[in-house]
Design a protein around this ligand. Structure first.
Ligand SMILES: Cc1cc2nc3c(=O)[nH]c(=O)nc-3n(C[C@H](O)[C@H](O)[C@H](O)COP(=O)(O)OP(=O)(O)OC[C@H]3O[C@@H](n4cnc5c(N)ncnc54)[C@H](O)[C@@H]3O)c2cc1C
Length: 382
């Protein structure tokens, strides 16, 4: 858990250049934190997990998670950038040498962004094996047709990883087979077979519906073997879940910091409101929950970085952290009374932002299902 002091200081110093009103104004405009993201990329923080041979810093998941945590702890929202931290892992683990040489160095240099991954579809929902988007091989290309929903950061990315069916559900032995993943170069695709429809949502988070109408992708953009795409996506989930857990922990600390500050400063009935146990105990409770989630997050990181299985720990860390950050959000808002609702305190913005993580990228019930089945040996429920 210790040993990340320099990373924390470095990210904090960068974030200090982007104070609360920067994120508040972007939230009000429903904009994208372009200057912040440029600074993060320029300083190399988003290349943390790219190996040195491809121009990155070759750090582990623990270090990467600390970067994400600090962004959120400083009042920002790593949701604008976290895709790159785990999407590049899919390329690294399953891409060919040629793909890795082509894409990873410019990603590490900050010339190319791989912020998007398109899995979810409107009719399939959580049941990913029912996706209907197809990619059909024609000579040296694949032709893609279908629809995706909730696909984030597409307007601020150059590359997207796409999951599509290359063999129909009726023709496969197991429903998890017959899906493949591709690199889509969004600069070529948008307007040439791919159209976007932004989804306005609770958070200022750029996310979209995607429509594929005979989008052509070069066959060389297939990642790994045809038909094994679902397995490749699953391989990336532990890193994704652990990174999101770290963001929730960053949020949790932010809420506790702000609640403590306000509870010490606000005087009602001639004393700081924090002197009342009814105010201080919920803050202490929230802090304890965050600390506990943090232990599970570092357990997942340590296992991942040692190359050991960490599915249970990554899922449990994500669950505990998302729950703890949401509880801390509630406590922080309550501590601020009416002022919690005022945008200038930033509590309502962070409150909305942290709520997402009990739904996406994996909903709480799916984590329960994972633990019930894979850890406890209960029957598969769906
Ligand atoms: C802001 C945002 C950004 C997103 N970004 C991306 C992205 O970049 N790429 C991407 O591919 N997807 C993205 N998603 C999609 C996200 O991963 C899904 O919303 C999520 O996986 C849930 O799928 P769903 O919305 O279709 O819910 P559904 O599958 O319709 O489920 C609805 C509810 O029912 C519950 N449920 C369903 N089946 C069961 C069951 N068998 N047992 C118990 N409970 C069940 C679920 O847990 C959930 O709470 C994003 C979503 C949001 C909101």
């Amino acid at each position: 858990m210790s040993g990340y002091g320099e990373i924390r200081e470095g990210v904090r110093a960068l974030c200090a250049q982007f104070p609360d009103d920067y994120f508040r104004d972007i939230d009000a405009e429903r904009g994208y934190p372009e200057a912040f993201v440029d600074a993060l990329i320029g300083a190399g923080w988003l290349s943390a997990m790219i190996p040195e041979e491809y121009g990155g810093t070759g750090l582990g998941l623990g270090a990467a998670s600390v970067i994400m945590e600090e962004i959120n702890h400083c009042g920002g929202n790593a949701g604008a950038v976290h895709g790159q931290m785990y999407n590049m892992g899919t390329l690294l683990r399953h891409g060919s040498d040629a793909q890795k040489r082509k894409y990873l160095p410019p990603i590490a240099e900050g010339k190319l962004r791989i912020q998007s991954m398109a899995v979810t579809e409107p009719t399939a929902g959580t049941d990913t094996t029912r996706i209907k988007t197809t990619a059909v091989r024609r000579d040296d290309r694949y032709v893609v047709n279908g629809q995706k929903v909730w696909i984030s950061r597409v307007q601020h990315s150059d590359l997207m990883i796409l999951l599509a069916r290359t063999t129909s559900l009726a023709e496969v032995r197991k429903r998890s087979e017959g899906m493949s993943i591709f690199i889509v170069d969004l600069r070529d695709a948008i307007g040439h077979g791919l159209t976007l429809q932004p989804i306005r949502n609770l958070v200022n988070h750029e996310t979209n519906e995607l429509f594929f109408d005979n989008l052509e992708i070069p066959a060389e953009n297939l990642i790994g073997e045809e038909g094994r795409g679902f397995r490749y996506i699953l391989d990336g989930l532990n890193a994704e879940r652990t990174l999101i857990a770290a963001e929730c922990i960053g949020d949790g600390y932010w809420f506790v910091d702000r609640a403590v500050k306000y509870a010490n400063a606000r005087v009602v009935f001639d004393r700081p409101i924090g002197m009342n146990q009814g105010v201080q105990f919920p803050i202490a409770d929230a802090y304890i929950e965050i600390e506990a989630a943090n232990l599970m997050r570092f357990r997942a990181c340590d296992l991942f970085d040692a190359g050991k299985p960490c599915g249970a720990e990554a899922n449990m860390a994500k669950y505990l952290a998302a729950k703890a950050s949401w509880e801390a959000a509630n406590v922080c808002l309550q501590t601020h009374g009416g002022f919690g609702f005022a945008t200038e305190y930033d509590v309502e913005r962070k409150f909305r932002e942290t709520r997402l993580y009990q739904v996406a990228p994996v909903s709480t019930n799916m984590i329960f299902a994972y633990v019930a089945e894979h850890v406890l040996g209960l029957p598969r429920s769906f």
